[in-house]
Write a protein that binds this ligand. Structure first.
Ligand SMILES: NC(=O)c1ccc[n+]([C@@H]2O[C@H](COP(=O)([O-])OP(=O)(O)OC[C@H]3O[C@@H](n4cnc5c(N)ncnc54)[C@H](OP(=O)(O)O)[C@@H]3O)[C@@H](O)[C@H]2O)c1
Length: 251
């Protein structure tokens, strides 16, 4: 796809990978709209890039997703790219039963159901637009699950499968479906889990990952990994099993 001249909506675009994508699309000469739940973070992003457009939206709520469609398509009729980037990650221990899962944000709703609903809502608008695309941000953990983050891993595996199937369905409609597959990146994701691991901060910065994604988009690479996650995308089943054992040796 071309990187310039698009009108791009990025969910969760005020921080981390989404913000780096917003900056990269702006830099390439596209119009960018970002959304998220925290208005102060959206305003902070806008203070750095006054030409960013912002809207508060909780993608876990279908009603908010519908309002997002109405607002963006009313004000940005040329919108041709949807980036499903918003996500949350939790360490979840099921050995004690269901209680932890029910006590916090629902990763299935935010990481998987929201991209499904937003894709469904925006497809009629995207149909017929030049260079129309949906870009889903999944995870290397969708290919090799983490025992520490079982629901997160499952939500991202689901998003991976959805991306493959949707890509095929939308060929005739002229909407390209891309999947960006991050490895561990230094962002605000899963602050509690990372704090438990001694304030773990992966060395990879979002800008470096996003630079690889933008390169991939420009060359129509439909699944874009980086470092370890690029290895996962291209691995055999036996190699995936080896990676699983290595990553989860403490369990
Ligand atoms: N960082 C990594 O190591 C890594 C690895 C693999 C995949 N990923 C994926 O990359 C994507 C971006 O994450 P990140 O690492 O950049 O973390 P991040 O900085 O925490 O960004 C996540 C963004 O999603 C937004 N968000 C969360 N829940 C939302 C909701 N219900 N509605 C609307 N927005 C919501 C957050 O904003 P608000 O809180 O203001 O809503 C935040 O701006 C996620 O899908 C994540 O799973 C990250």
């Amino acid at each position: 796809m071309k990187l310039a001249g698009n009108t791009v909506l990025i969910t969760g675009g005020a921080s981390g990978i989404g913000y780096a994508m917003a900056e990269a699309f702006l830099e390439a000469g596209s119009e960018v709209i970002i959304c998220g739940r925290r208005e102060n973070r959206l305003m902070e992003a806008k203070s750095h890039h006054p030409n960013l457009h912002t809207i508060v939206c909780d993608v876990s709520l279908e009603s908010d997703c519908r309002k997002l469609l109405e607002w963006t398509t009313t004000h940005f009729g040329d919108l041709n790219v949807l980036v499903n980037n918003a996500g949350v990650q939790r360490d979840l221990d099921f050995t004690g039963g269901l209680s932890q899962f029910l006590a916090g944000p629902n990763e299935i709703r935010i990481n998987l159901e929201a991209p499904v609903i937003l894709s469904g809502l925006f497809i009629p608008h995207l149909t017929g637009k030049s260079e129309a695309a949906i870009i889903n941000v999944s995870s290397g953990l969708g290919f090799v699950p983490s025992a520490r983050m079982p629901v997160y891993s499952a939500s991202k595996a689901g998003l991976h499968a959805f991306s493959i199937a949707l890509r095929r369905q939308l060929v005739k409609q002229g909407i390209q479906v891309f999947e960006a597959v991050p490895p561990a990146v230094d962002t605000e994701l899963n602050p509690e889990g990372r704090a438990k691991r001694g304030g773990f901060r992966p060395p990879l910065q979002p800008e470096e990952f996003v630079a690889a994604v933008m390169k991939g988009l420009a060359s129509n690479v439909f699944e874009m990994g980086y470092g370890m996650s690029e290895g996962f995308i291209n691995a055999s089943r036996a190699e995936l099993d080896q990676s699983f054992e290595r990553m989860n040796s403490g369990w």
